[in-house]
Design a protein around this ligand. Sequence first.
Ligand code: NDP
Ligand code: ZN
Length: 346
Amino acid sequence: MIKVNEVGWIEKEKPACGPKDAIVRPLAVSPCTSDVHTVWEGAIGERTNLILGHEAVGQVVEVGSLVKDFKPGDTVIIPAITPDWEAVESQMGFSQHSGGMLCGWKFSNVKDGVFAEYFHVNEADGNMAILPKNVPIEEGVMLSDMVPTGLHGADNAEVAYGETVVVIGIGPVGLMAVAGSNMRGAGRIFAVGSREICQDAARKYGATDVINYKEGDIVKQIQEANSKKPVDKVIIAGGNLDAFEQALKLVRPGGIISNVNYLGSGDYIKISRLDWGVGMGHIRIVGGLMPGGRKNMEYLSNLLKYRKLDVSILLTHRMKGFENIEKGLYLMKDKPRNLIKPVVTV
Ligand code: NDP
Ligand code: ZN
């Protein structure tokens, strides 16, 4: 990212390795819709000469003197969120915000990201995990961000057996929210999106109903299909600021609206007083950044290792060569109809 609205290639020094850190070279990376919000919406403010990217599987090239569990040559998953584990926020259970709001999100936010020949990982023992041998590196990249974010949406919604869940937005993140809801035992899952390839994938991940927002008001469509009954949970993984209003119209008293969408523009979200039970409806609205960290990556990688979750469905565009990262980023920006997620091996 040269500056807001401009990307290109830059030369930088190879990063230095602190005693607890690692230097890694990427083996496979994937651009994220968040990179698009950051560059083309300026969603987190100006950034200049910042290396983008926060989804990678890589090979360790150097470790600091205090790193115990990793060595050069290891193939590792690097989560998008790499907290400072000693921070008070981490001790309180919100490592995503170690050091301040969103500060566990370092790559392509407050420090250089993974679209580089070498990148730096803070607190290597706490923030990397060995990629299981039977998981292909391209699929492993989905553990950096897409899998943990979608599952976080379902976790924050506290999806329970038999519940009816709506997932607004079924790009790769929403699809993993569908899969997460399904794994947590949801009964009926409405998936909202228009790209056919995403709709098909949603069905594979457990959606029972697919709703196209381009074919009319999603609230009406879902209410009609659900015999006018409210739903238990709504997960927002796409759409625009109207999604909160829509979710409030859909969810039952005591229900949960769980947002993982990166709200790239606009100043306020609207909460309708009446739909929110005039402030007394016990409807919780929660928004969360995905949890990073080693143990989480180890648990999630088991889903791939033991074939409980097939992320190969997401990988519609596979490319080879460092220079194709830029092409991948533009694919993520332009979202052709046949795209779910690009991955680049380097
Ligand atoms: P995509 O752009 O691939 O998917 C967005 C989805 O929203 C698509 O299914 C799209 O439908 C749908 N959509 C668009 N407009 C509407 C609308 N008006 N009503 C309903 N649905 C609509 O995004 P990703 O899956 O890659 O990412 C989703 C979000 O998650 C992004 O904001 C990303 O930045 C964020 N994110 C958040 C993280 C976190 O930790 N919380 C981590 C990673 C990403 P279609 O294209 O089919 O028309
Ligand atoms: Zn991301």
